[in-house]
Design a protein around this ligand. Structure first.
Ligand SMILES: [Zn+2]
Length: 666
């Protein structure tokens, strides 16, 4: 997965569509358009509609996965927002609104990026007033529970920062399972979970054990509760299946039909072998214009990287941007052969990397409101190796980001060299597109694990995610200054690559710090990987002054003095991280992350936060989803219109009403 960096490129756009919606706390809500939707056939529009409903039907799951009390809190917030009879013009009400917005944005009460718990800025007394002056009966009360008892019960869940303080706790000195407050495990220690999964075969074509279950202890024994029809989350999954089954008859071709049927089979059985069958069928569906990701996919919310968060992304192929990706994918073998990896770690035959750019139609679960800008699936290494993978970049989302960052002032504040600034203004958009393309398409897909070595989630454990992201970034960084890109027609000059180096180093060492608070170190996998890459090349290139920190008027900047040597260093680090992955060398992986990717210079952080605060831009962005509205003639759908809601709050309330399929406790 790729994520947007804190530093986005600037570009002007003359479209009249307003990308901005609400903003609050550290969040900016944006909107995106779905160009090309109106030209789809009626059958394709129906397919898009059914898949979008399937996506939204799973929305409750991500809340519950992110914390066992999240649905309780969400329904409480929704009821206050809908029925509070008191004054809605006060400062306290604004604070409540901000809390509600943050909660919806994060699918729970832990920051979507930093993972720390957030609490309302108003008092508990005010909260009590809100509850008592709302429709009390509509709160998720226990049987014969009074409002007072309800308040006592919910108080620590909402207001105590020490209760479930972290969604994902990756501290090396703690039990990461016990101290992470996600809802993937209960009553079990990390050791117990690791021992439990150690009994499963993980070599060869083994399924991703544990991907679709919650692990609990029953009568002293470890058991898994499977997320499937008839299992945990059944009421939501039944709805997903209902819509998928409507989608099957309007699928575009046999391959797509096959994939959707296998997805339904998996949701019914909960068998991970069925999931792999589905994933293979999904990889083979390359000709369809529409596509969907729907399932328990990414494992970032689990400290030990086993449990998949529900997500769905419904999309249509962006034909123009896909040409660029295809040009890169076509040369995948050349990139593999010419990479700085040790010969034994290179894939002899890079298989079927299907790269395309997509126009997002609907996102849900883990992919919303905050969204990736690139996706490479499936995650199972053996399927990627045997059957290939699909790599997509989310064109219309990236376009929206670019529009929103135009003239934000970030570039002027954090870059000082006019040449560097001009280069980023000219080539920054293309550079970041190319970086994402290569990260997804030749990055994750490259390299191979030595025979007999386990998968990285077993060998590299809690460092696997950050190391894998670092590896994919490094492939992109190594090649972005390669004349090969000019030769295949995707880049006009090496200047594009240089602008990416400038942005990446600036972001990895300075601008991404804008996402932290004083005292913080880095926790999130993508942030760790970016600092690791940038800090490692800075340290290793120190003797040759490849990169330096320069001071101007008390402000710190990064400056690259030798772009060629920098490329060589990126190549060396890529080779080392691939070695670590190929050999399953936990100690070396741990040392890389802990030494370069975690610690933050607190004096620099303080300076950066002060500079950033003056710009008054929000470090995080997320999206309102479009709305697909079927035009009906009796029971027949005759057309589907796409509309673009303007209020995030309104959409969240609407979703709460329309797609609320799970009980508050699961
Ligand atoms: Zn990635």
């Amino acid at each position: 997965m790729s994520q947007p960096t804190a530093f986005a490129q600037e570009k002007t756009d003359d479209k009249t569509f307003n990308v901005f919606a609400e903003s609050f706390a550290d969040l900016q809500i944006l909107r995106y358009q779905v160009p090309g939707f109106d030209e789809l056939s009626l059958q394709q529009k129906k397919l898009a509609y059914y898949l979008s409903e399937a996506a939204l039907s799973g929305r409750d799951i991500i809340y519950d996965q992110s914390g066992k009390y999240n649905l309780l809190v969400r329904k409480t917030i929704e009821n206050i927002y809908a029925t509070y009879k008191g004054d809605r013009t006060t400062e306290d009400w604004q604070k409540f609104k901000t809390y509600a917005g943050r909660f919806w944005f994060s699918n729970g009460n832990h920051h979507h990026y930093g993972n720390e718990k957030f609490i309302p800025e108003h008092s508990f007394a005010y909260f009590s007033k809100l509850v008592l002056n709302s429709n009390v009966k509509a709160f998720p009360l226990n049987k014969s529970e009074t409002a007072a008892a309800f308040l006592t019960r919910i108080k620590p869940i909402i207001f105590d920062p020490a209760f479930q303080p972290k969604l994902v706790d990756l501290s090396s000195d703690k039990d990461n399972v016990v101290n992470s407050s996600n809802n993937f495990y209960e009553g079990v220690t990390q050791k117990e979970v690791e021992n439990y999964y150690a009994q499963f075969e993980t070599k060869g074509e083994a399924p991703s054990w544990g991907l679709n279950t919650k692990v609990i202890k029953q009568n002293g024994k470890i058991v898994e509760k499977t997320w499937k029809v008839g299992g945990m989350y059944s009421t939501a999954i039944e709805k997903i299946v209902y819509w998928l089954e409507k989608a099957i008859p309007v699928a575009e071709n046999a391959e797509q039909k096959d994939a959707l049927q296998k997805l339904v089979k998996y949701y019914r059985s909960g068998d991970l072998k069925d999931f792999d069958e589905y994933s293979i069928a999904w990889v083979n569906d390359t000709k369809s214009r529409l596509d969907v990701v729907n399932g328990f996919i990414e494992v970032y919310k689990d400290a030990i990287g086993k449990k998949g968060s529900f997500e769905s992304v419904v999309s249509l192929k962006d034909l123009e941007a896909t040409k660029r990706l295809e040009a890169i994918a076509k040369e995948a073998q050349w990139f593999e052969d010419n990479s700085p990896l040790m010969p034994a770690h290179k894939k002899k035959e890079v298989k079927g990397i299907t790269a395309k750019a997509i126009t997002v139609i609907m996102e849900s679960g883990d992919a919303s409101p905050s969204t990736p800008i690139g996706i490479n699936l499936p995650n199972a290494d053996w399927i990627r190796k045997e059957h290939g993978s699909k790599s997509v970049s989310l064109s219309n989302i990236v376009h929206s980001y670019n529009q929103s960052s135009a003239n934000s002032g970030v570039l002027d504040e954090f870059a000082f060299d006019p040449t560097v600034k001009a280069r980023i203004r000219q080539y920054g958009d293309l550079a970041s597109d190319l970086h994402t393309d290569m990260h997804e398409c030749i990055g994750h897909a490259s390299g191979q694990i030595n025979p007999g070595i386990d998968n990285p989630d077993k060998t590299l454990k809690n460092y696997a995610s950050a190391l894998e992201e670092a590896r994919a970034d490094l492939v992109a960084l190594y090649y972005i200054v390669d004349p090969k890109l000019i030769e295949i027609g995707v880049m006009p000059s090496i200047e594009v690559g240089k602008s990416e180096y400038d942005s990446y180093i600036m972001n990895g060492l300075i601008t991404q710090l804008t996402r932290l608070k004083p005292g913080d170190n880095l926790e999130e996998a993508h942030m760790r990987n970016r600092q690791l890459n940038a800090m490692w090349v800075y340290e290793k290139g120190k003797a040759d002054n490849v990169i330096e920190f320069v001071k101007r008027d008390g402000k710190t900047y990064t400056q690259i003095n030798d772009y060629n040597k920098l490329r060589t260093l990126f190549g060396q680090l890529l080779r080392e991280i691939q070695r670590i992955k190929s050999e399953g060398d936990f100690e070396s992986g741990k040392n890389l992350i802990e030494n370069y990717g975690v610690k933050v210079d607190q004096a620099l952080l303080k300076e950066v936060l002060a500079r950033y605060a003056k710009l008054n831009v929000k470090p995080y962005k997320g999206f309102i989803q479009p709305k697909l509205v079927p035009v009906m003639n009796g029971t027949e759908i005759t057309d589907v219109k796409v509309t673009y809601p303007t209020s995030f709050y309104q959409q969240m309330m609407e979703y709460g009403k329309e797609y609320s399929f799970l009980p508050v406790m699961n």
